[in-house]
Write a protein that binds this ligand. Structure first.
Ligand code: ARG
Length: 244
């Protein structure tokens, strides 16, 4: 819960005020989505662009960030149930989601691409996916996009790495997923035998989601993003994860 737990001053003014407890910001994320959110193998800490951004936002608003890892399709229900205060998870701002939650201002421009095995010369773009087997992560815009493909057999996985594994194992012909995550997979995370094909299928903006009624927190997050952009910290984090 996002509560300001301030130490109450003693009624009679005799007792010294208790030290103010720090506000906690409970943040949900599907932490298997490098380079946005993933677990560092050594430290076991959650790292990535989103993770550093939310820590910086926490500092701005004076809250201690506690990240809870959960399935991507559980994030909006968790916000609605009040189990978390915010979700940062490379989550695309969509009209459908915006009916259920409040999004911050956009903080990252993304889009979907198709990933196939390097030796696949049959799939060069969206049209070629017709009748093919496609792996996606459940509840994502990639899953929505795959459903538009004629006669495709769609295999839905809880996490993006599982979808990539299925491609590697030859169980599917393609994966539809967010471009920066596909880039990272191919360059850094074991996808040497895979490639991206065609133009990006969509243009999408990521936002941080909070509960529908929590406009106050959404505003604080927006102000924090503005401040981090002004003071150069946003750029620093961006350069660290996406700079060349
Ligand atoms: N941007 C896509 C969406 O909003 C995929 C996000 C998946 N995020 C994750 N952490 N697995 O649907």
């Amino acid at each position: 819960m996002f509560v300001l737990a301030l130490g109450l001053a003693g009624c009679g003014g005799q007792k010294p005020a208790e030290p103010a407890k720090q506000t906690v910001l409970k943040v949900g994320s599907d932490t298997a989505y490098a380079p946005f959110e993933f677990q560092d193998e050594k430290s076991k800490e959650y790292v990535g662009f989103d993770m550093e951004l939310i820590q910086a936002i926490g500092k701005q608003i004076g809250a201690k960030v506690e990240v809870q890892s959960m399935n991507f399709d559980g994030l909006i229900p968790a916000l609605e149930a009040g189990n978390i205060d915010a979700a940062i998870s490379a989550m695309t701002i969509t009209e459908e989601r915006a009916q259920k939650v409040n999004f911050s201002k956009p903080y990252y421009k993304s889009g979907l691409t198709i990933v196939v095995k390097s030796d696949n010369s049959a799939i060069k773009g969206f049209k070629d996916l017709e009748g093919k087997k496609i792996a996606v992560q459940i509840g994502t815009t990639g899953a929505d996009e795959a459903k538009k493909v004629k006669d495709a057999q769609i295999r839905e996985f809880n996490t993006a790495p599982e979808a990539f594994m299925e491609l590697k194992a030859g169980g599917v012909d393609a994966v539809i997923n967010d471009r920066p995550v596909n880039d990272y997979y191919i360059k850094e995370a074991g996808g040497k035998d895979a490639k991206q094909v065609g133009d990006p299928l969509t243009s999408e903006d990521y936002g941080i989601a909070v509960a529908k009624k929590n406009t106050e927190l959404a505003e604080k997050i927006n102000k924090a993003i503005d401040e981090l952009k002004k003071n150069g910290e946003f750029d620093k984090i961006y350069q660290k994860w996406f700079g060349t």
